[in-house]
Design a protein around this ligand. Sequence first.
Ligand SMILES: [Cu+2]
Length: 127
Amino acid sequence: MKQFSIFLVVTILLSGCAYNSFDEVEEIPAPINPNTTYQKHTVTASGMIFTPSSLTINVGDTVVFDNVSGFHNVNGTQATFPTNPASFGNALASAPWTYIYVFNIVGSYNYQCDAHAPGMAGTITVQ
Ligand SMILES: [Cu+2]
């Protein structure tokens, strides 16, 4: 009887683990290319500049725009830059904030801070 109880407890624990693992696997999004390791890059907004103002990344990479001081935004919309392969950006706001965008289309992207353009601007090349 004791052995049966232990067997029962072990069985319940194992099935619990298996169920949880299945849930976690389901939540992972399918990668575009499983052979690619995506990277995260950071562009800092501070003073009146983006640093780095010029950045080259691989398609699928993430860029974190990090406003550490001042009143800025990121405007990479096609309304402002018609040659951008896609629109991205956020609204003007005081620091601190972060805006995160994943670049899934190859090409050259321009962006600016609307409050401090054209001086405060940058380019991202996605290859
Ligand atoms: Cu600005």
